[in-house]
Design a protein around this ligand. Structure first.
Ligand code: IPD
Ligand code: CA
Length: 260
């Protein structure tokens, strides 16, 4: 595939994220209190997840009929030209009325993340990256922070029930002891975008799925940061641990989180 093919898809991903973000915002503002289900322990689902995913799948099929799509809600097919999408990352926040969530869209070509976008419609932020082309927030370049040490650092530690609670608590304990400030904001996608934009210095989670993190991984790398080899083994289809952080703090964060 030519560079032009990637560029076309990157521009389409930006437009799709904006359109999906607009729909998500409308659905958020008109939702009824308590209108959500739990797919499992702490695993939220709203009707909006399905509606937003349907819109994106339709747009991709119209513009790129030979590509395949894999979405968090509807599944799909992996192929050498696959779009991996999370219609709402931060569904628990969406469901409970906390305006911290986004749509996340990644395009993976022959095993490499070629483009990634996210839109948080509540802040009007469009995060975007394309391979070799940098990472931007609303069109302005993003750069990871220059925080010099762990005592002045802020890290986000994502959590889900997919790994034992004891392992999360052990990681949290080790990271707290470094003197870093800790967050857990409920959107792994935005967690990585925040690293790319220098708002935090690292995002780690013991297991994350590809739809949550692929766009964010590209953003961190294109903003001058470092990420572990998330796509190793069957990471694309089954997920893996994730770490995205600044190069300066990499050694300390790898040691504290055990992800690296
Ligand atoms: C979850 C969020 C959460 C992360 C989990 C994800 P969802 O996705 O990104 O922050 O810690 O690993 O499953 O359920 O909001 O789409
Ligand atoms: Ca998600």
């Amino acid at each position: 595939m030519s560079q032009r093919g990637v560029e076309t898809r990157y521009l389409a991903a930006c437009a799709m994220a904006r359109e999906a973000g607009d729909l998500m915002r409308r659905l958020y503002e008109s939702r009824e209190m308590g209108s959500y289900k739990l797919k499992g322990h702490q695993d939220y689902l709203t009707e909006a997840d399905g509606e937003v995913e349907k819109l994106i799948v339709k747009r991709i099929a119209e513009a790129f009929p030979d590509d395949t799509v894999y979405g968090e809600e509807g599944g799909g097919k992996f192929s050498p030209q696959v779009w991996v999408i999370d219609p709402i990352d931060g569904t628990a926040n969406f469901a409970r009325g906390i305006p911290h969530f986004c749509v996340s869209i990644a395009y993976v070509q022959e095993g490499r993340i070629a483009a990634g976008t996210m839109c948080n419609p509540m802040t009007g932020e469009l995060f975007a990256a394309r391979i070799g082309g940098g990472a931007t927030l609303n069109g302005k370049p993003m750069k990871v922070s220059r925080t010099p040490d762990m005592r002045s650092a802020t890290l986000e530690l994502g959590w889900s029930t997919r790994r034992p609670m004891e392992d999360y608590v052990a990681m949290l304990t080790r990271v707290v002891k470094t003197g870093a400030g800790i967050r857990r904001s409920g959107s792994g996608a935005l967690g990585l975008a925040y690293v790319a934009d220098g708002r935090t210095d690292g995002y780690a989670e013991l297991h994350i799925n590809s739809w949550d993190c692929l766009a964010g991984i590209l953003m961190v790398n294109e903003a001058g940061g470092w990420t572990n080899d998330f796509l190793a083994g069957d990471g694309l289809t089954q997920g893996n641990p994730i770490l995205g952080c600044t190069p300066a703090l990499r050694e300390a964060i790898v040691a504290a989180t055990g992800v690296g």
